[in-house]
Design a protein around this ligand. Structure first.
Ligand SMILES: [Mn+2]
Length: 236
């Protein structure tokens, strides 16, 4: 059987002038039995069709804040760092993957920009716009330990993959889904303060989580997310 190929968006690191992505995403995809290539965000979106045609699935990873212009808001002072050109490119990739029927897995920013791509909006900053009952920005140095609980809906696709409806996740986000893109998604998992932590669409071709399962490979249930994704990408 042909090894599936997963496209992963590469982010631009301004201070080093490098397009790159964290190796944890690569390792999670490799462990699941697929190969991976990076998609650098180009200044225009004309290459997206060829990019998506070349792969079996799209992984939309973590990264900087999504520009509030993408959902019709002005930036608040707590969310200063955005790159509109990358947002536009990633949204075009997402729409092309959906058009071509290629599975999409979103992680952290990936979940947020998927929601925005289909018409939803975000909390630009959870502490100032939603509240501070639960810490969603744990220290960056320890990435393989969960710090807050997520409760999943019984019977949703992601709960079936995880074989669990309540578990601890790592958490590195100060933005979150506000208005859900209801035409595409259901919220299927939340933190105990109500912040959305997992979304999926009706046919299961798009799933996304707000935490970083790729950083917790010691938890089999989180690697199972990538195994399931790669398996769905293999079906042709
Ligand atoms: Mn969280």
């Amino acid at each position: 059987m042909k090894k599936p190929l997963i496209g992963i968006t590469a982010a631009y690191t301004f201070d080093r002038d490098v397009h790159a992505q964290r190796s944890t995403y690569l390792r999670a995809v490799w462990r699941a039995g697929a190969d991976a290539i990076f998609f650098p965000c180009a200044p225009d979106t004309s290459g997206c069709e060829a990019f998506i045609s070349a792969v079996d699935g799209l992984l939309v990873p973590g990264g900087p804040d999504v520009s509030p212009q993408m959902y019709g808001e002005q930036p608040i002072p707590q969310a200063p760092t955005t790159r509109k050109s990358e947002d536009l490119f990633e949204i075009a990739l997402i729409k092309e993957a959906k058009k071509q029927g290629k599975p999409i897995l979103g992680i952290c920013r990936g979940m947020q920009i998927l929601n925005v791509a289909f018409g939803g909006s975000l909390y630009q900053d959870i502490p100032s716009q939603f509240g501070m009952q639960i810490c969603h920005s744990q220290g960056q140095t320890i990435r393989d330990e969960g710090t807050h609980l997520v409760k999943m809906d019984e019977g949703c696709r992601l709960a079936k993959i995880f074989n669990s409806t309540e578990f601890y996740v790592n958490s590195y986000h100060h933005q979150a889904v506000k208005a859900l893109a209801e035409s595409e998604f259901k919220i299927v998992g939340r933190a105990l303060d109500g912040i959305p932590e997992a979304i999926e669409n009706a046919d299961g071709s798009i799933m996304a989580v707000q935490w970083h399962p790729e950083c917790m490979p010691q938890e089999k249930m989180f690697q199972d997310l990538f195994t399931d994704f790669v398996k769905r990408c293999s079906k042709e």
